[in-house]
Design a protein around this ligand. Structure first.
Ligand code: A2H
Length: 257
């Protein structure tokens, strides 16, 4: 990656009921937090991804430990140095929840900002890295080849769903949502590129990297919003405004690493 720090938008996905057992005792407002470079795609969120074998933590955020975030301990430390915790450089974990496996979080219902879906679910993704962002990834299968291919894997493979306790209802109704028009790629860019390049599974890393580069660059330069307050505008003109709006409404924060 580049030399300087990368700035992400950290999207706050509010935990809904019923909660997984491991989060039952938390009384403060509780969020899964997902780092994204594409805040303008949040209109197309259909689910969230968690790696079953990565260790996650629950930690306090805010001057008075006002909220609880779910992410990796590594990301919590970064947040502590970005003035997001009560004490600079210090992370306070929820008692007993300094480290637990992502598998415990699968199936959690969440409210994803700007998504037309009332609730989205935490589903397994095996290509999530533990050393980038929070290791929580919000899923936009219309515009992210990674997200689309992981969703297709879950749809195709009942044993994969069963292994992680994911019900058919959490996966089978999900379809990519048209949110951006990208010249040459249509209004479901990831679907187009995954089909054209014949990408069959989340293990095809080389092809996926190429697919990502293709749509990312073209989308940023020439892509247009189809939905929301900025419908009809170019992505490059409104990306920042969408980030600002999400931050102003308390649904996102800035995060760097
Ligand atoms: B992006 P970069 Cl629509 N492991 O958000 C794997 N992937 C991760 C991650 C992790 N620990 N943390 C974040 N990401 C994903 C939206 C999106 C993203 C779209 C299209 C492309 C895209 C919706 N998912 O990323 O290495 C997040 O997915 C293409 C690279 O820092 C985040 O933005 O460039 C992006 O990777 C950050 O990756």
């Amino acid at each position: 990656e580049g030399v300087g720090p990368q700035e992400y938008t950290l999207i706050k996905l509010k935990v809904l009921e019923p909660r997984p057992k491991i989060l039952a005792s938390i009384t403060k407002p509780l969020f899964f937090v997902a780092a994204t470079l594409r805040p303008e795609t949040m209109y197309g969120q259909t689910n969230c991804y968690i790696h079953p074998d990565i260790n996650y933590s629950a930690f306090y955020i805010g001057a008075n430990n006002d909220e609880v975030f779910i992410g990796t301990a590594r990301s919590a430390r970064n947040m502590a140095y970005q003035l997001l915790t009560k004490e600079f450089g210090k992370v306070e974990y929820v008692e007993g929840l300094a480290s637990f496996k992502g598998a415990e979080l699968l199936g959690t219902p969440l409210k994803a900002p700007l998504s037309p879906l009332e609730r989205v679910y935490a589903l397994p993704m095996l290509t999530i890295k533990d050393d980038k962002g929070t290791a929580v990834v919000t899923s936009v299968p219309s515009d992210s080849p990674d997200d689309l291919v992981a969703l297709n894997d879950l749809k195709k493979k009942k044993p994969l769903r069963e292994k992680y306790g994911i019900t058919d209802e959490m996966v089978l109704p999900l379809e990519p949502i048209s949110i951006l028009e990208i010249p040459g790629f249509g209004n479901l860019a990831a679907v187009t590129v995954v089909k054209d390049m014949k990408i069959e599974s989340q293990n095809e890393k080389g092809k996926l990297d190429e697919a990502k580069k293709l749509v990312y660059l073209k989308g940023f330069n020439d892509g247009k919003l189809l939905v929301g307050n900025y419908a009809g505008e170019l992505i490059k003109d409104v990306k920042k405004s969408i980030q600002d709006d999400l931050i102003a409404s308390g649904e996102a924060i800035k995060y760097s690493e």
